[in-house]
Write a protein that binds this ligand. Sequence first.
Ligand code: MN
Length: 218
Amino acid sequence: MKTLRIPRLSVWLLFFVIATNSMAQATFSLPKLPYANNALEPVISEQTMNLHYGKHLQGYITNLNKLIVGTAFEQADLISIVKQSDGAIFNNAGQTLNHNLYFLQFSATPKLVPTGVLFDRIIQQWGNFDSFKMEFENAGMGVFGSGWVWLAKTDNGELRIVKELNAGNPVTKNMEPLLGVDVWEHAYYLDYQNVRAKHLSELWKIIDWNVIEQRYGE
Ligand code: MN
């Protein structure tokens, strides 16, 4: 009898440990990056990566996980939360989504110019790739204070350059975000001080158009 009781107890204990672990597990977690924190230098320094990815993004994720407990958003996916929430939940969900898209669009060995359907669309709308880049940079310069500049896709596959304040994301305007540049000062101040324009023009060196093409789809 004793030999049976001990394994049974162990089994219950194991279930208990698994159950409490999964209950305590955070809903959202820091995305794994396909590059090292120093791989984007000198465009983005290791110090900026450590703070921006390791501290700022982690902070938004930690806040979001705490804020959604006991709300209608507890089981929701990130895009649904961004579309439906407001206040602190929107701010932290928006910044989690924005930074996930931001950090995952970079590479130390990027595809520097798009091809295929996305390239054709850019040429159709802006005439040439440099004109698109210039308008995108100008839009980034035109965001007053903290925010983002996006290349987004409309329902019918057209492209839009969209300026957003604070944690804004084009999903709230029923557009798909393809490329996002963070113009909050924390994104560039250590590396470029107040010169946002330089940060914007340097970023093209690490934006991987393979990723943007995948987001655009065909
Ligand atoms: Mn940021």
